[in-house]
Design a protein around this ligand. Structure first.
Ligand SMILES: Nc1ncnc2c1ncn2[C@@H]1O[C@H](COP(=O)(O)OP(=O)(O)O)[C@@H](O)[C@H]1O
Ligand SMILES: [Mg+2]
Length: 405
């Protein structure tokens, strides 16, 4: 029997686990990506240079190869493409309209509002006209963001009207569709909920607390999976997650959602129909839940039976983001020793030697992070902090090795 051909959108380092796993499960893989040189190409059976946001080009490619299914489980930018191609070819998928609901924060906000959930006041802007009136309607503190970007790009939090125009223009410059969302800032505790839906039944596989950087509250300094939550808190979070997923229409597949918890309210902020970044999808969720959600995604895409059977008591994990002093990185030391700390499974640097450490404009400007897995919350944080304490950076110019904090 001919093995199945899975089309994976994106051929960069973050798609390597999906391509590797699909191959290990005995499937053939087609990878497409806008760049000519990508790490996944060497592992894939076939690769083609096609922009993953090019819906028609990707459909033509998929038809030509007679794929068995298509996934985009690691980045928002190809989620709608994968859904459209699957729909057109009659293959399993989340549906194009559903994909738009999960990749456009304007639609997300309107649908969760219409479903009767607690949501902040909001306004969608096509142009700068009416900006001041919209901000007054929404009321400060407020958030200005592009409807269709990710990683905190173009997201600002304003306490008053100073900088409103600049925040709009920044969001506008990061918006693919040109639309900008202004919404009330929910003050509370931010959580991340990861999980998987099978035949309309959502299973929650990880709940984390996001701790923001004090001076850039839209970017997290720590993502912490504490293990089991008090039953009442879990129930509230599960109910809000199920309502959100139902409002947005996800009947099958992986999800990664951000919510603000304010008293009894669990307010949806941003929900994606893909796995979480910073190794949440590949390392953290499988550990805390015992479910290899990446494998479930591939099985579901290829029409195979999917069993989601999480651990009765979740385990703990921690993602600790690194800060470095401003300047240009000349050398980073201590990485091997830090990686050898028990419980540490990955140390990743977004910035390399020669890169400039600058302001935290968005999440990818964080210099790097340490991922630790453990049985208990305290162990997970302890491993991360021990690993971090072993790292040093030397910046170019005169100066010595400085701690990475
Ligand atoms: N309405 C809001 N209230 C409070 N915080 C918000 C709100 N909207 C966004 N944020 C903060 O900004 C971060 C980034 O915004 P988000 O909508 O998730 O955009 P992105 O897709 O770029 O991640 C969120 O994780 C959250 O910390
Ligand atoms: Mg987000």
């Amino acid at each position: 029997m001919r093995s199945k051909l899975l089309h994976v959108l994106g051929g960069g380092p973050w798609q390597l686990p999906t391509v590797r796993l699909a191959k290990a499960l005995g499937h053939r893989v087609l990878v497409s990506d806008v760049y000519a040189d990508r790490p996944c190409y060497a592992l894939a059976d076939h690769h083609q240079v096609v922009d993953i946001t090019d819906i028609d080009g990707t459909l033509q490619l998929a038809s030509r190869y007679r794929i068995d299914d298509i996934v985009c489980d690691t980045t928002d930018i190809g989620v709608a493409t994968a859904a459209h191609v699957a729909e057109q070819l009659g293959l399993p998928g989340i549906g194009y309209e559903t994909a738009l609901n999960f990749t456009n924060k304007g639609r997300m906000r309107a649908l969760t509002d219409r479903a009767g959930m607690v949501v902040p006041r909001y306004r969608l802007l096509d142009s700068e006209s009416g900006l001041t009136e919209c901000a007054a309607f929404v009321a400060y503190p407020l958030i200005v963001k592009p409807v269709d970007n990710q990683s905190g790009r173009g997201v600002s939090r304003l306490l008053n009207g100073d900088g409103l125009k600049a925040a709009y223009q920044l969001a506008r410059s990061c918006s693919r569709s040109g639309k900008v969302l202004i919404e009330g800032c929910i003050e509370g505790k931010e959580i991340i909920v990861d999980g998987f839906v099978v035949a309309g039944r959502p299973r929650i596989l990880g709940i984390a607390h996001k701790v923001p950087f004090p001076d850039t509250v839209t970017v997290s300094s720590r993502i912490h999976y504490p293990g089991a939550l008090p039953a009442a808190e879990f129930k509230l979070i599960r109910a809000a997650t199920c309502r959100t997923l139902s409002a947005l229409g996800l009947r099958d597949g992986v999800f990664h959602g951000e919510f603000m918890v304010r008293g009894q309210d669990v307010v949806p902020i941003d929900v994606a129909a893909r796995g979480g970044g910073v190794m949440i999808y590949t390392h953290v969720v499988p550990h805390v839940s015992g479910v290899n959600v990446n494998r479930a995604m591939i099985q579901q895409a290829l029409g195979e039976a999917v069993g989601i059977d999480p651990l009765p008591v979740p385990k703990a994990a921690n993602i600790e983001f690194l800060s470095m002093p401003p300047g240009r990185i000349a050398e980073i030391v201590g990485v091997d020793a830090a990686a050898a700390v028990p419980g540490v499974v990955a140390i990743h640097f977004n910035l390399q030697i020669g890169d400039e450490v600058g302001p935290l404009e968005h999440k990818d400007r964080r210099p790097g992070y340490v991922v630790s897995l453990a049985d208990t919350a305290a162990q997970a944080i302890d491993s991360a902090l021990r690993a971090k304490s072993l790292l040093r950076v030397r910046m170019t110019g005169p100066g010595s090795y400085l701690p990475i904090t």
